[in-house]
Design a protein around this ligand. Structure first.
Ligand SMILES: Cc1cc2nc3c(=O)[nH]c(=O)nc-3n(C[C@H](O)[C@H](O)[C@H](O)COP(=O)(O)OP(=O)(O)OC[C@H]3O[C@@H](n4cnc5c(N)ncnc54)[C@H](O)[C@@H]3O)c2cc1C
Ligand code: FES
Length: 329
């Protein structure tokens, strides 16, 4: 689909929201992301961005943080202007409203990790004004708070939304102190164990928060998180054709070397497969195979049911034996 930028709105010194009109209906579940295909010079780069708007709004909103040295985020913040158009892939991702369910929520975000949970929060309250939601957002400083006016307005209008800011450089006692700790979290949100937690932020923050929640008795199946960084792909061992395996696809047999990804083998064999991000994020290279013969460094965006059915990401998977696979149409 083609997205045309309609408005650019700076949110903080290094975060900007972009509002788009799409040439097609965009059906998404709050919490999901779009993959933008961004041409810069000769090369087109694919990057995932969570939708911070809610379904049904006339415009799609993406809220993007400038990553120091980052190729795409800096380009978008410096160059994308109203009237510019970008290709995007359909929304995807398993970190969303339906994963969180209909019970009491604990939304935890840090920095730009607010985007998916902000969409979930707005949609749930519009549907269910009395929903029981605790929202704890961490920002580096007062000036780095994202969507403060909209969040305060929601908290004022919905008494069952309990909003807590954690401000890194602000020691006021009515705020949670600069760094979230388990005792403070439990004091502000006493019924932690009865909530489903949705966490998004830098990896260190998410690891720390998950540890706090486990220590306070929140069951592992009620803790969900989403990383904004693609998983590390393990260094491939040196290829040795003598030990390779084979892939059977639509009656064609292809060699796959040790350490070679399924994507690399399919591309080398000239088979039609589209891979936008090549880092296990966008889901465009999804295929179906035999799960006991696969080693995958990412299953991002695949649902537990799809994984059970044998779906995997070709860009992030190697095989441990000869395997038959189906390309995804
Ligand atoms: C599911 C998902 C949803 C996302 N949603 C959003 C969103 O709503 N808003 C948003 O701003 N970003 C979001 N991201 C991150 C986004 O996709 C890009 O990774 C980010 O914009 C950096 O891209 P870049 O090309 O500027 O950096 P790159 O050129 O890819 O990376 C440059 C350097 O920065 C590091 N780096 C990359 N991303 C980050 C990061 N987020 N934090 C710290 N270091 C980083 C890289 O490891 C590398 O060393 C999301 C990512 C995923 C996987
Ligand atoms: S190409 Fe994006 S997940 Fe494989």
């Amino acid at each position: 689909m083609l997205l045309t930028c309609h408005e650019v709105r700076p949110e903080t010194a290094d975060v900007t929201s972009f509002f788009f009109h799409s040439d097609a209906d965009v059906d998404f579940i709050p919490g999901q992301f779009l993959t933008l295909l961004v041409p810069i010079g000769e090369q087109t780069s694919a990057r995932a961005y969570s939708l911070s708007s809610v379904p049904g709004e006339p415009r799609l909103q993406l809220t993007i943080k400038r990553v120091p040295g980052g190729r795409v985020s800096n380009h978008l913040l410096d160059a994308l202007r109203p009237g510019d158009a970008l290709e995007a892939m359909a929304p995807a991702g398993a970190f969303h409203r339906d994963t969180a369910g209909e019970g009491a929520w604990l939304l935890l975000s840090a920095g730009c990790g607010i985007t998916p949970v902000f969409s979930m929060l707005k949609e749930r309250l519009a549907r269910e004004p009395d929903a029981d939601i605790a929202f704890v957002h961490s920002a580096r400083s007062e000036a780095d708070k994202l969507f403060p006016a909209e969040l305060e307005a929601l908290a004022a209008a919905h008494p069952n939304l309990k909003l807590h800011w954690v401000i890194g450089d602000d020691p006021r006692p009515e705020l949670l102190e600069g760094r979230l700790d388990a005792a403070q979290l439990a004091a502000r949100v006493p019924d932690l164990a009865g909530r489903t937690a949705m966490i998004c932020g830098p990896q260190g923050y998410m690891d720390a928060v998950k540890g706090m929640l486990s220590d306070k008795g929140v069951a592992a199946d009620r803790i969900h998180s989403e990383a904004f960084l693609a998983p590390e792909v393990a260094e491939a061992p040196a290829a040795d054709s003598a030990q390779g395996h084979s892939l059977a696809v639509d009656g064609i047999e292809l060699p796959i070397l040790p350490g070679q990804t399924v994507l690399e083998s399919l591309e080398k064999g000239g088979l039609p497969i589209f891979a936008a991000c090549r880092t296990g994020v966008c889901g465009s290279c999804k295929c179906k195979g035999e799960k006991d013969k696969l080693e995958s460094s990412s299953v991002m965006g695949l649902t537990p049911k799809e994984i059970e059915q044998g779906y995997f990401l070709a860009c992030s998977s190697t095989v441990t034996g000869d395997m038959a696979l189906e390309l995804n149409d």
